[in-house]
Write a protein that binds this ligand. Sequence first.
Ligand SMILES: [Zn+2]
Length: 113
Amino acid sequence: MSGIVYSTEKGRLCPDCGEPVDSCRCETHRKSQVLGSGKVRVRREVKKRGGKSVSVINGLAMNEQSLKECCREIKQKLGVGGAVKGGNIEIQGEHISYIIEHLKKKGIDAKKG
Ligand SMILES: [Zn+2]
């Protein structure tokens, strides 16, 4: 089972909504979906390979687009790398206090842990 559906008249169809992939809005909907619960936690995690620590922000009630913007802001201010992964923001290095302050300025209540 490939998950890809074909129709002779319409061409390739989206497996989620059944619309032709050209007119499918699933990707747009997925990107605008709010991912977190709003209970925001910032914690330190150590990546196994290399043992480098990252600061993980979990629970932000934002869609993927907003998470990416928020991630970019923090990265620019700190001058470090980072990425959005599975609804979380991961920032390289230990910046928990800074991140909590940054979120507070945006009106978001975040806790350590
Ligand atoms: Zn679709």
